[in-house]
Design a protein around this ligand. Structure first.
Ligand code: NCC
Length: 273
């Protein structure tokens, strides 16, 4: 497979990805049972300089907190904590992208831990390859409906969206087309989904410790003592291929990747296609 030039790749991302969130008019969410819980309209946020904070173990002792918080908006993933880690990961949270596994398997914690009450929540669930919303709804990877409704009932004022299931496979297709080998037939990681979402919302995106720095470690997360190389290189998710694409799109300096694990990506809004 031939790699597209960065510019062409950015246009593919801009033109082929459906960034919309599920709304109350999307069947089968258009029934009365869902009416109190599903947002009426799509997410509308326009942001300047943004940061995406990976959950990698190499965030630990990075002292990147201040740099991260200097951005207009910050995106974090799943259960990644702030408390006790401010110096390394900052404390601003504008968007938290959570997978359906987290909110179902860890529902109690999700409903009780105040760290989830900041900013906008966006949920995603692995869908069958290019399935319709209706097909996916019948067999979600994790049945998140109960937990989503419980959270919405408890915190009705907090914006909480569900990402449409088309995007993950539109993105997967672009990853496959631009990779030299067959990639895992599973959706991209939360990391990759969060990065492209921020590229859609923001003028510029700094991504931290997604491309590993000199601090690279087999410690999976900065907040847990679990050792697993697959966390950085990927097992279920085509993480290695995602990272190759992000490296290809980086407009920052290579030294910034080495020293800070920092890659800089242009927002999609300003790309001329
Ligand atoms: O671990 P996870 O990911 O929550 O991490 C968020 C994103 O950070 C990037 N990352 C993480 C660790 C690391 N060493 N290097 C990294 O680059 C990845 O881009 C990752 O996506 C997920 O993608 O949603 C994932 O979620 C966890 C888990 O479901 C949640 O943490 C909730 O408990 C998955 N772990 C397991 O299923 C055991 C993980 O595979 C993917």
């Amino acid at each position: 497979a031939h790699k597209l030039r960065p510019k062409e790749l950015l246009c593919q991302l801009r033109n082929r990805l459906d960034f919309r969130m599920i709304t109350a008019t999307d069947s089968p969410f258009d029934i009365s049972e869902w009416e109190p819980y599903v947002p009426k309209g799509n997410i509308s946020i326009k942001l300047g300089r943004c940061a995406v904070v990976s959950s990698a173990g190499s965030m630990k002792s990075s002292h990147l907190g201040e740099d991260i918080d200097s951005h207009d908006a910050v995106l974090r993933f799943n259960g990644a904590p702030i408390k006790g880690f401010q110096a390394d990961v900052g404390e601003k949270t504008t968007i938290r992208l959570v997978n359906s596994q987290l909110i179902t398997v860890e529902e109690k914690k999700f409903l009780a831990d105040p760290q989830y009450n900041f900013g906008t929540l966006i949920l995603w669930d692995p869908a069958p390859y290019h399935s319709s919303i209706k097909e996916w709804y019948k067999k979600p990877d994790y049945n998140f409906y109960g937990s989503f409704k419980h959270y919405r009932k408890k915190y009705p004022k907090q914006p909480f969206y569900i990402l449409n299931p088309h995007m993950q496979w539109q993105l997967w297709d672009i990853l496959q087309e631009n990779s030299p080998e067959d990639i895992q037939p599973n959706p991209p990681s939360s990391g990759m989904l969060g990065i492209v979402l921020m590229m859609n919302f923001c003028d510029e995106v700094d991504v931290y410790e997604y491309l590993p720095s000199k601090r690279q470690t087999n410690i999976c997360h900065y907040y847990q003592k679990i050792f697993d190389q697959a966390c950085t290189m990927g097992a279920y998710h085509p993480l290695l291929f995602e990272k190759n694409i992000i490296k290809h799109l980086n407009i920052g300096k290579d030294e910034d990747i080495y020293n800070y694990g920092k890659a800089t990506l242009p927002g999609l809004r300003n790309v001329q296609c």
